[in-house]
Ligand binder design. Sequence first.
Ligand SMILES: Nc1ncnc2c1ncn2[C@@H]1O[C@H](COP(=O)(O)OP(=O)(O)OP(=O)(O)O)[C@@H](O)[C@H]1O
Length: 608
Amino acid sequence: MKKDKKLNPLVMERFHYSTEQLIDKPFNWKQLYRLLNYLGPYVKNLLPASIITVLITTAIRLIIPIMIGVYALEKAIKEEKSISYLMWIVGGIAVLYVINYVANIYRIKWSNELGQKVIYDLRKHLFTHVQGLSHRFFDQRSAGSILVRIMNDTNSLQDLFTNGVINVFMDILMLFGVIVILFTLSPQLTLAVLVVLPLMFFISTTLRKSIRRSWQYMRLKQSKLNSHLNESIQGIRVTQSFTQEHENMAFFDGVNTENFEAWRLATKKSAMFRPLVDITNAVGTGVLLWYGAHLIQSGSLSLGQFVSFAFYIGMFWEPISRLGQLYNQLLMAMASSERIFEYLDELPIVHEKEKPLPLGDIKGHIQFDKVEFSYDDKRKALDGISLEMLPGQTIALVGHTGSGKSTIANLITRFYDPTAGSVRIDGKDLRDVSLTELRRQISVVLQDTFIFSGTIMENIRFGNPAATDEQVKAAAEAIGADKFIKKLPMGYETEVEERGNILSVGERQLLSFARALLADPRIIILDEATASIDTETEVQIQAALQTLLKGRTSIIIAHRLSTIRDSDKIFVLQQGEIIEEGNHDELMEHQGEYYRLIEAQFKVMKAI
Ligand SMILES: Nc1ncnc2c1ncn2[C@@H]1O[C@H](COP(=O)(O)OP(=O)(O)OP(=O)(O)O)[C@@H](O)[C@H]1O
């Protein structure tokens, strides 16, 4: 890279990426058993079918060398000198090859299907499980790291299930068959040739271990590269506005080089493996020829037996080499499955009782009774909150940043349970009622509206999947969102990307209001956007709010004076405690914290 600008080393230190550790765990039988349980649904169809094809192909491969060496060469040609005998054997071999061909096609088809299905099940299980986990789980992890486990870790198990399980069976069978046949043909020659076995063993274990480590190391570098790339693209706007492209590029260059070097080392080591195995084979073949010739001369081995023997020796190394590879594959799979099972063993902290109370249609009466809550068991986010919100009331929560407003909203939707005290809706403790029934009747409109990839129509329909197009449009009209939607190139059918980048902040807000209106909840929680929007949009949003909040218990984390002033009750929070409550006029008269907050807001507005 051209060094056209001097880099500040301090800036380079800002790049921190937590990468997974190199895992070189010992073999864990319990975990393997748990993993193999995923084969359960296939023990009656795909698994036995694949095993039968393996049995057929292995048996045929074991029979053919005997037919060539002992029967064709020795019996038909040397002893009987009969062409028709030879033709029968050749015909038999041809038939066996055809059967082998067909069985192989099905072996590959079925074992691949088995592998794919197991991974499909595992990924589905993992995704379903992760989706049901509590907010705390997602607080502690980045979306990227969760993605890696659901995709990469399950992928790395695919090979094990596609080839590993079936091949191990085939290889063990083959090895066993070959050894028995070799000893039957000539025990002396077998022992002589097997002197290279320790050499083979040494290469397999030592070199393979080192190869595996270098591939793992390469993956770590790759994951660092991925993280940097991910962050760079996600934050590209900020990078460009602070002109940090040069630093980004320099770091990228560094990681890219590291990745390249790691890859080069890994391929270099891998390339050494095959020639070393070939050398061992060559030594084995040398011993075979030299000692075999000696045995033939002394009359203790026939030529036909020798030929068959040579075939079998060729077949002997293949399963050994593959079993070594499988062992590596298993260790890698152990590392991945450990990460997968760690997620699967994670239980939702907030979970429904076995027999939850039916909630029915709620009125929207909310009570907090001496509620305490902490996210991390260290700092209290809520400290003894008691409050009441009556059905249909509009409640404003105000206070400095970090005072606990969003936490109150999180407890009403039961994303977390209180550490002490209780939250009740219509007199029922939230821990006793059905979670689905509860959340179905509450809508949350967040400051940063999440737009899903799809059309505008689909995004609004997210509030109520059963709604018709007309109902969606009616909701958008009631909120006043239809004006901007109609101006879009395809109207309601305009595609928006995941983050809704083509929409402005105000438009996204209106879209989320329409979504919430369509859900028609009894309780609505609204985190007002702090971003300043133009007066016209402000007026539009105020009107939309009136439609949205009418007849529902509404909790607003309020920033706009107009919302605060119109609300039935205001709770002022400070460090997790309610320090004042009342309506706007009462609190202004009191001249306490609320008064100071409003004064400060006025000063800011005047300054603007
Ligand atoms: N997921 C979390 N994990 C750990 N601590 C958290 C988490 N969310 C919030 N907190 C902490 O809990 C406290 C209360 O946060 P909360 O989000 O309720 O404040 P807030 O009043 O809504 O603030 P803001 O107006 O900035 O949104 C803060 O000290 C915050 O740092």
